[in-house]
Write a protein that binds this ligand. Sequence first.
Ligand SMILES: [Zn+2]
Length: 147
Amino acid sequence: MRRPKCKHGNVLCSQCIVADDAAKRAWEQLKNIAVHTDWETRMHSIVTIRLSDGHCDGTLYESKREAVKHAGNNEHYFAYFSFRSSPNGFASPRDAAVFLEYHRQAYDNGWRLPDPDAKDGGPDMIMPTPQEDVFAQLARLMRAAVN
Ligand SMILES: [Zn+2]
């Protein structure tokens, strides 16, 4: 799937991305979970976020594998968020937008991230910082996937 590039030459750009309703919903729902769940619990929790609308049902899973299993045959409709690296959820609606869009593009490009048969639930995408590195990495991996 071809996507248009922004003026910075990115298909996914942290500067140009606009936080849509899905991103705002995901940001808000994770913030709520962070407020109502103690730190220790969050550190060991994974939640699912529906890519289409940012909905998170609030269920805390002990592992990504459990979360992926719960999604059944629809595992690619969801992103899997671990509070371990981001205890308070997303820093902003825009961060949520980047996270969701990153997963949409990865799935669109045929990445199989959630894997109910894998012991760890499938490989995680590590989102490095600074954010622009993420997009360079994504571009490299997309090129590699095509070749
Ligand atoms: Zn841009």
